[in-house]
Write a protein that binds this ligand. Structure first.
Ligand SMILES: Nc1nc2c(ncn2[C@@H]2O[C@H](COP(=O)(O)OP(=O)(O)OP(=O)(O)O)[C@@H](O)[C@H]2O)c(=O)[nH]1
Ligand SMILES: [Mg+2]
Length: 345
């Protein structure tokens, strides 16, 4: 055992007893897998929903592990007929944790409702959304930044993103295409932490297209790919149209690249660092949505010109001419969106 170690990390979950024994044997702090993941989540949780979810996960994890040593001894609480008489300090501690969890769950419901409203507002104005999904560190945020020209947090560390960020594809398209970044998947995510993924996963479930990003330079990328597919399956998002992106191709040799191109003939081989690769991907995303688009001509009477503006906002206007009966506007837009517009106009 090296004497200068300050922390021992165990890539598995430990029982409270195992942890205590290890700490006794090593004399330093011991963190198990869930605790490490939780502390990473905690450091990167930025929105209110993420913070609450991480805090709940942390408390749920802690509750059975509250130690007698921390809570005091099993001594009985005195007091004159007090409500807690007869309860141990430990039980009181556990009750406080349970109450706090219940309180957090209530505020979570409120926060999630707000997020749902925002999501449906977005899907009302446009149906074209792309979600970047994939294992942690695959390069999703970097790719997102390249596709949307927006500064975003990219870091060479696990879980640089906990919350979904949504941006418009740049150069902008008509109608707009929104891209959302999601938190990275990991294998064997502790069950109690699954809820922390919820908002991110929901974003992926709502998306029309998934960009499944893998780090082609990581020897373990096949397992990482499987983990991601499996989790998407668990939330019912396995049948989404998707593009497989073999990213970080700048880090592999030419023969490796050729072998991968053969093995994954459908995949996009690229580097998020290359602006040519990024604009080629931009084109593929545009093509995907283009395929689901149709053309339609709307005739808008002169007393309803607001609707012309609506068409400009939501569709690509191909032609606009003015006749006696009103404005004839020929547009191209996703079939689903056209259906809605037909009803509205
Ligand atoms: N060489 C090279 N590095 C890349 C490429 N794409 C991303 N990176 C780097 O890989 C690291 C991780 O990238 P991120 O974009 O943060 O990865 P992520 O998938 O968003 O990770 P999480 O948010 O943790 O899920 C960063 O240091 C990036 O700069 C690439 O194509 N080539
Ligand atoms: Mg990220």
């Amino acid at each position: 055992m090296p004497t200068d170690a300050v922390t021992v990390l165990v890539d598995q979950d430990l029982t409270p007893t195992q942890m205590r024994n290890l700490e006794k044997a090593t004399g330093v702090e011991v963190l198990d897998r869930s605790m490490v993941i939780l502390s990473i989540f905690q450091r990167h949780a930025r929105t209110r929903e993420a913070k609450i979810q991480v805090e709940i996960a942390r408390l749920v994890y802690m509750a059975p592990r509250l130690r007698e040593a921390n809570a005091g001894t099993e001594r009985q609480r005195g007091g004159i007929g007090g409500k807690g008489a007869g309860e141990s300090v430990l039980e009181l501690g556990r009750r406080a944790v349970r109450d706090r969890i219940a309180e957090l769950r209530r505020s979570l419901v409120v926060v999630q409702r707000e997020a749902d409203v925002q999501r449906s507002r977005r899907s009302g104005s446009t149906t074209q959304t792309v979600a970047l999904v994939g294992y942690t560190n695959a390069g999703k945020s970097r790719l997102m930044r390249a596709l949307t020209n927006n500064a975003m947090y990219v870091a060479d560390q696990l879980f640089a993103t906990l919350d979904t960020t949504v941006r418009a594809l740049v150069p902008e398209t008509r109608p707009r295409i929104l891209v959302s970044d999601t938190v990275g998947f990991i294998k064997a995510l502790p069950h109690d932490l699954v809820a922390s993924f919820r908002s991110t996963l929901e974003e992926a479930r709502d998306a029309s297209l998934h960009l499944h990003v893998v780090d082609a330079s990581d020897p373990a990328f096949r397992t990482q790919y499987d983990v991601t597919r499996q989790v998407l399956g668990e939330i019912g998002a396995e049948d989404h149209p998707r593009l497989l992106i073999l990213n970080k191709c700048d880090l592999i040799s030419e023969p490796q690249r050729a072998a991968l191109a053969e093995e994954f003939s459908e995949a996009v081989m690229m580097s998020a660092k290359s602006s040519e690769d990024v604009s080629a991907l931009h084109g593929q995303i545009r093509d995907f949505f283009e395929r689901s688009m149709e053309e339609e001509e709307f005739v808008i009477p002169y007393d309803q010109q607001g609707k012309v503006a609506l068409l400009h906002e939501r569709c690509r206007v191909l032609e606009e001419r003015y006749d006696e009966d009103g404005a004839h506007v020929r547009v191209r837009a996703p079939a689903a969106l056209l259906g809605g517009l037909r009803r509205e106009i």
